[in-house]
Design a protein around this ligand. Structure first.
Ligand SMILES: [Fe+2]
Length: 320
């Protein structure tokens, strides 16, 4: 079994490209714009719209995997409302088309936080939108969650934003909140039933875009009962292995209040990050990684599906 995992391609389609500078425009204060520009140019990613070539290169370098998992975040989400924005939906559609053209039904897509929307950094613009959730299946053919058996392993993908919904409550539109809560109950009950029915000798590989969802999963008795069967959890979202290492170091830090909803959400996630350990978390980086380190790429695993040996995950760096 040759498995390829790619994550966070953040494809910029023709309708999103003219929105360069979208993040600064969503910040009301000059000091916020200066801090965000320093963070973006000095470390994170100077121009998030300049990297469509990276996914093409990864696809060209991986012509024949048996299975491909795309671990979420297909558009730039330049309106901060996920794929309810037509321009972001078009970007995500083009990105998934490229993946499907290369791999057909070997592709298993996972839902990222930017498919649904979330508050802009500092600005507090946008958030998850119910229309984005509805469009996942109808426009992008991404199911709410999925599972697939490969030899001794069960691959399970969960929608991280929906699982971590209590952390996003302040970003929801009040009139949409009841729909989100009901959908969370529905999806979680399906996942719990699947775990209850799981054979005791099967190993679990979880795909969960945003690791903030893991402490919420750990609250479920069906998940706790199965932790001894956990092989790996493949996350995305953090883009850079350096950020993933930093997050592990900061696990348990205090929650920062009064600096906006994004800072509170990130610090809450880190406050609860000790739970990641039990899930055997491994990052699939974005194709770019961080601007300062250029530490992006993809991960693969090649194993005998009937072998009980641990999965030999391999990280591949994409130079740029
Ligand atoms: Fe991302």
């Amino acid at each position: 079994m040759k498995l390829l995992v790619v994550s966070d391609p953040h494809w910029a389609g023709p309708a999103e490209l003219p929105r360069r500078g979208y993040e600064a425009r969503a910040m009301p204060h000059r000091i916020q714009r200066i801090l965000a520009a320093a963070w973006r140019k000095g470390f994170w990613l100077a121009d998030p719209m300049a990297h469509n070539d990276k996914l093409d290169r990864i696809l060209a370098l991986n012509p024949d995997p048996d299975l491909v998992v795309a671990n979420g975040d297909y558009s730039v989400d330049s309106a901060f409302v996920g794929i309810s924005d037509d321009a972001a939906c078009d970007s995500a559609h083009r990105c998934l088309n490229a993946l499907r053209a290369a791999y057909g039904d070997r592709l298993l897509p996972v839902i990222g936080d930017h498919e649904l929307g979330k508050h802009s950094l500092f600005g507090g613009v946008g958030g998850p939108r119910w229309e984005s959730w509805l469009r996942l299946e109808s426009r992008l053919s991404i199911p709410a969650w999925w599972q697939r058996d490969i030899g001794r392993h069960r691959l399970i993908a969960v929608p991280s934003t929906l699982v971590a919904l209590p952390a996003f409550e302040s970003e929801l539109l009040p009139e949409e909140a009841p729909f989100w809560r009901a959908e969370r109950q529905r999806v979680l009950s399906e996942i719990r039933a699947a775990l209850t029915a799981l054979e005791a000798d099967r190993r679990i590989i979880l795909f969960c875009h945003d690791p903030s969802a893991l402490p919420f999963l750990a609250e479920l008795p069906e998940v706790r009962d199965r932790l001894p069967q956990w092989e790996s959890t493949i996350i995305g979202h953090l883009h850079s292995p350096a950020i993933a290492r930093l997050a592990t170091l900061l696990a348990g830090m205090p929650i920062l209040r009064g600096l906006g909803s994004s800072v509170k959400r990130y610090s809450t996630a880190l406050h609860r990050a000790r739970a990641w350990k039990e899930f055997r978390v491994r990052l699939c980086p974005s194709p770019t990684g961080a601007q300062a380190l250029k530490d992006g790429g993809w991960i693969t695993a090649e194993w005998d599906p009937e072998s009980p040996a641990p999965i030999p995950w391999q990280h591949h760096r994409l130079p740029w």
